[in-house]
Design a binder for this molecule. Structure first.
Ligand code: SF4
Length: 372
């Protein structure tokens, strides 16, 4: 569990399991849901009897806070070199495949394709590799991307406050860092070597980002590694803890479910689609104001459903390997290894059409650095 939680995991799960109809009635009618209400929303009883009411309440909150706007974004993977050995990841160091680190020009070429597709918001991602993820490499890229996109965020291994400050000064506005799992035993087992094996370093990074002054800070757990209800409680506590460090931070949460990847991995705690939806609805009701992301790891129909009730950000056209967009343009036969399997491979155009069909308004730009 997130270390600052004062209750044991057993106590919290017992509380969740003992939710009553009266608890649910309170959670679904509260003007502002409490942490106790959040626990009720995560309960098996909620799953069994209250999903329709949860959808209605989450949608009401989502519409009130965000209207029908669905914000689009896309990742750019610039390196798949990695010194870590996360057993669930296609990029792990022991996986033998031809790795690729994009030159600055190649990264910009990827960005140009996304611009052509209309993207205004990008997430820069790389495996954990200090030879690539350093300021000499990152700053020129960010400065160039800053002239091309309204919004840039990063998903990199934990960095120092000074590193984050340098990226913010160059034009990065947000960071995302998944804890993967908040359970310390599971974390140790799944991250046997490399710098990522130190749980505490990773958990401290989003708060360091808040200290550095990022406007947006995203967290998440890789769903399937551990009991999803425990992870949900930890994610909520982590969100509150980041907010305490810097009240100006805008919290963001992602809900990545493990999909098949190169090298294979048996998912220890599979999360079913209904459970994922319950989790997302619970977050929307408890945290009316946070941004919630739904990625191409999920099927198209499910994405179109949750974007109406709880998610605010949706990726489109994603490629999860370095140089993936140039490859897609060439429609090349031999694809490089991706970090995970993309389930919704609809084009940006098709995702936009899908959103319009469900009466959502696809928005490429709702941020201008001039006003930051
Ligand atoms: S999850 Fe990240 S750190 Fe772990 S092996 Fe994959 S790319 Fe490397």
């Amino acid at each position: 569990m997130f270390p600052a939680i004062k209750y044991s995991e057993k106590e919290l799960l017992t509380r969740i399991r003992s939710t009553t109809d009266a608890d649910m009635a309170r959670a679904l009618s509260a003007r502002e849901a409490s942490f106790n209400d959040f626990l009720s929303l995560l309960s098996p009883l909620a799953a069994e009897k209250y999903m329709d009411e949860m959808r209605t309440e989450a949608e009401r909150i989502r519409r009130m806070r965000f209207g029908n706007v669905a914000r689009l974004y896309a990742p750019i993977y610039f390196s798949n070199f990695c010194v870590n050995s996360c057993v669930y990841c296609g990029f792990r160091t022991s996986n033998q495949f031809k790795r690729r680190r994009l030159s600055i020009d190649e990264t910009i070429a990827e960005a140009e394709i996304l611009r052509k597709w209309g993207m205004e918001s990008v997430l820069l991602i790389a495996g954990s590799d200090p030879r690539t993820v350093n300021l000499d490499y990152m700053l020129p890229i960010v400065k160039k991307l800053r002239t091309m996109f309204a919004y840039i965020s990063i998903e990199l291994h934990p960095q120092t406050v000074d590193f984050y400050k340098a990226l913010i000064a160059a034009g990065v506005h947000g960071m995302t860092l998944y804890q993967e799992t908040y359970d310390q035993e599971t974390y140790k087992r799944l991250h046997p070597s490399g710098p990522k094996s130190v749980y505490e370093n990773r958990i401290a990074a989003p708060e360091n980002g808040a200290r550095a002054g990022f406007y947006n800070i995203g967290i998440g757990a890789l769903l399937g590694l551990y009991n999803w209800r425990s992870e949900a409680v930890s994610m909520a506590a982590h969100t509150l803890s980041i907010r305490k460090v810097n009240w100006k931070v805008r919290n963001q949460i992602s809900f990545p479910r493990i999909t098949p990847m190169e090298g294979g991995f048996e998912i220890p705690n599979p999360v079913h689609t209904e459970e994922l939806e319950q989790m997302m609805l619970s977050f929307r009701i408890f945290f009316p104001e946070i941004d919630m992301f739904i990625s191409t790891r999920e099927p198209h129909d499910f994405r179109m459903r949750v974007i109406q009730t709880c998610a605010t950000h949706i990726s489109a056209g994603s490629r999860v390997n370095p140089g993936g967009y140039a490859e897609a343009e060439k429609q090349s036969e031999g694809k490089d290894v991706g970090q995970f399997t993309v389930v919704d491979d609809h084009s940006v155009e098709n995702v936009v059409e899908g959103l319009k069909k469900v009466h959502m308004e696809p928005v490429f730009k709702d941020w201008d650095p001039l006003f930051s």
